[in-house]
Design a protein around this ligand. Structure first.
Ligand SMILES: NC(=O)c1ccc[n+]([C@@H]2O[C@H](COP(=O)([O-])OP(=O)(O)OC[C@H]3O[C@@H](n4cnc5c(N)ncnc54)[C@H](OP(=O)(O)O)[C@@H]3O)[C@@H](O)[C@H]2O)c1
Length: 288
């Protein structure tokens, strides 16, 4: 049996092994605000203490910061011990996803996130995605400056490869990387990204850990997942998340949710112990 620990570490802070991905509460098709707030409260009530957001989680440029404002409102009276991880570097012109990794943009975005999150220091600020028009070192250097000014507690990187991580580590302390990882998307395993995080004690936050919005119904479509779910009497989503947790001691998946039921179910995966032969069968079927 694998042994899931009760908490994992992010920069030395104890984190429930699974966080809440808040993106589905702000994109097109989002629920009303009351349901979103119930979803955030359900996650906190179940023990989660990490919420992932971004300034770009909104419908378009007219409402940048929508998701951050929603989270700030939901946790206004219960902020203690809650780590909010946000991101900058994406823009949403006309609802598209564009990039701006320039130091000037990152500074303005961070300052807007501080206001949206109703805080004077962001817990974890992640550079959302490398902008090919801006040298990576310049973008990371901008985050380091914001950290030196006290506006950011910790720096994280998203959609980053091992080479970029190493370059960034020469500039600043990096405490988390956030890349796509699921039964459907396993390249961080073959490209050594999970291993690089594990070896350095850096948290690895898999995004779209259930295959992404609209695809989470049957994670991986992988039979061993269904079989393990039936054997343990849990949802296949819990099995998918437990498999992710088995990939490294610093892995902290951030399943998205827009309903209390789904996040409450997902968070139970932290207590699910899969047998080595189940994990092997799942990995093999996923091609991992
Ligand atoms: N850094 C990046 O570039 C990047 C990119 C994408 C996402 N992210 C982050 O990663 C988070 C997660 O990714 P994601 O939201 O794209 O995809 P996901 O977590 O793979 O899937 C989210 C969907 O799964 C459903 N779900 C969650 N738990 C479930 C359960 N136990 N049973 C059944 N359905 C369940 C949710 O349904 P309901 O909506 O009905 O609750 C939600 O719509 C995002 O919220 C965001 O914070 C980061």
């Amino acid at each position: 049996m694998t042994t899931q620990t009760t908490t994992r570490s992010l920069a030395g802070t104890q984190i429930y092994p699974i966080g809440l991905g808040a993106m589905p509460m702000s994109l097109a098709g989002r629920p009303d605000e009351a349901q979103s707030i119930r979803t955030i409260h359900a996650a906190l009530d179940a023990g989660a203490n990490l919420i992932d957001t971004a300034d770009a989680y909104c419908r378009d440029e007219s409402e940048v910061g929508h998701n951050e404002r929603l989270i700030a409102k939901a946790i206004r009276d219960r902020r203690d011990g809650v780590i909010v991880a946000t991101k900058g570097g994406h823009t949403r012109p006309g609802g598209d996803w564009d990039l701006d990794g320039s130091p000037a943009h990152l500074r303005a975005a961070c300052e807007a996130s501080l206001r949206a999150l109703e805080t004077d220091r962001i817990d974890l600020y992640q550079y959302h995605r490398p902008d090919p028009r801006v040298p990576y070192a310049e973008s990371v250097g901008a985050l380091k400056e914001l950290q030196d000014e006290g506006k950011i507690r910790w720096i994280g990187l998203s959609n980053v490869n091992v080479e970029q991580l190493e370059e960034a580590l020469g500039i600043a302390e990096i405490v988390a990387i956030q890349n796509q990882l699921s039964l459907e998307f396993t390249s961080p395993l073959t490209k050594g990204e999970v291993q690089a995080a594990t070896e350095r004690g850096i948290a690895f936050l898999p995004w779209s850990p259930l295959g992404g919005i609209g695809n989470a119904e049957s994670p991986g479509g992988v039979n061993p997942v269904k079989q393990a779910a039936e054997r343990h009497g849990v949802s296949p989503q819990q099995v998918a998340l437990a498999w992710l947790l088995s990939l490294g001691p610093t892995v902290i998946p951030i399943p998205g949710a827009s309903r209390p039921e789904t996040i409450t179910d997902s968070l139970k995966a932290a207590r699910l112990e899969l047998m080595p032969e189940e994990l092997e069968a799942i990995a093999e079927a996923a091609g991992a």
